[in-house]
Each structure stands twice: as structure tokens, then as C-alpha cells.
Write a protein that binds this ligand. Sequence first.
Ligand code: PEP
Ligand code: MN
Length: 278
Amino acid sequence: MTPGVLGPAGAPPIAPGAGVVTVAGIGFGRGCPVRVIAGPCSVESLEQFRETAQAAKAGGAALLRGGAFKPRTSPYSFQGLGRAGLEIMRSVGDELGLGIVTEAMSPDEVSLVAEMADVVQIGARNMDNRALLESAAASGRPVLLKRGLTATVDELLRAADVMIAAGNERILLCERGSRTFEPSTRNSLDLAAVPEISQRSDLPVLVDPSHATGRADLVTPVSLAAIAAGADGLLVEVHPDPARALSDGAQSLRADAFGAFMDRARAMAAAAGRTMGP
Ligand code: PEP
Ligand code: MN
């Protein structure tokens, strides 16, 4: 893959046929099964993360997610467990044999996150933070790059280009909804961005139905639509007891409902001529 994933709208993807990003032995992208990355918004304790991770593994998740450094809007909200959260994720990931995805919010957090996790996540609020993009790229880890709250598809692809130009092509893009005038959901999911990005780049595209909607009751239907639209994977928040979650409980699937969610996703993938992996 060469820098310049952008290309004009509708142009064929660069290096067609490539576009598989392998993370902890699991391929994402063209020709790969639909992958699900599941876990709590924030790591709150060893018990909370382990219970969620066990449900994620039993349901067929490919990787675990969790936040240790949290980009909260209010300074008075839970900010995450930091290094202790990373240690919890690493130990549970190793115990269950699953890779870990977690966010770094600033360049000085990247080396610790890259040492402890399998994928460095760059959050929506940091999509165009060039120093962070370059530092994440230089870490050598794959990077999960979320679309900014008000970023265009072009801007998302340009942010990916910054990392490709810095020498890291192992990028997973993630559509997580944009901020719009619509108050019934936390954000508005741009489902058309999924096939649009796939036409203009060979990077895998994930959909985050949790942050896109802010509502657990919408996570399943939106996930099914994302699979039908060709998403290479889903990033889903799951919690053992969403009512008591320290962040984003309203949009988190219950851990004991994750298996049923995956059954619905598998049925949709089959209807779309696709498969779901672990
Ligand atoms: C997250 O995935 O933990 C997160 C904070 O999402 P976003 O950056 O999309 O708001
Ligand atoms: Mn969250």
C-alpha cells in the first residue's frame, strides 16, 4: 500500500486485493470474516473486565476493547484506571488468548499503550491530532483510527495518510457517527461512509454502533445494517451491569446478552453471503 489512500471519489482502491490488516493473528479486511471487538467502555476492575471478556470470548469476539485513559467531556467524570487498567486488560487478554484494543490520548501515552496492548486506538476527539497520529504510527502497533465527531470522509482518509506516510499501514478505520441536529441518538451514523471508504481505500472499515447511537436498544439493528453495508467489523461496548457502569452504560450491551447479539449478527452475515469470525 502506498501513501495517498485518498484518490478521487469513485476511483478504484489502491493495491486492490491487498487491504488485510492482521492483529494478534486475526485478519481484518477483504476476504476476512466480519470481526467483532467487544468490551466495556472503561476498565473498572479486574472482575468487571474479566466477566465482560469471558462473555465476549464465549460469544465469538475476535479482540477485546476497554478504556484505561478515557477522553471524558467533564473533568469530574471517571477518567479511567490508567496503567492499572492496561495491566488488567493485558492479564485477562493473555488468560483468554485474545488481543487488546485501547486508546492513547496523547503522544506520551503511546509507548505504554503500545507495550501493553495489541492495537493503539486513536479516539474521535483526536483524529486530527498530528503529533498523536505520528507517534501511534511510530509505535509499530496496528492503529484503530476513529472518525472525528465532525470530520468528513476525506479528513478521515487524510489522517490515515499521515500514518501511512509515517511508515505504518496497519490501520483500521472506524465510523462511529457524527454530531448532527438529531437529538434522539448520541450521534448520527453515516452508513454510506462504509462502502464509500471501501471504494476509496483498501483499509478495513469498522462500525461502532455504541458511540454512534448512545442507546443499547439500537446497537443490534445498527450492527446488522453495518454488516449488510459491508463493514469489516464492529466495535461494541459490553458491560456486566450497564446500569452501574462508570461510563457509557446506556449504550452498553449486557454481557449476558452478548451471545444472542452475536447470533443475530451471524444470521445477518450469512444472509449477506459473509461469515463472522472469532
Ligand atoms: C471509545 O471507543 O472508547 C471512545 C471514547 O469512542 P470515541 O472516540 O469514538 O468517542
Ligand atoms: Mn464509550
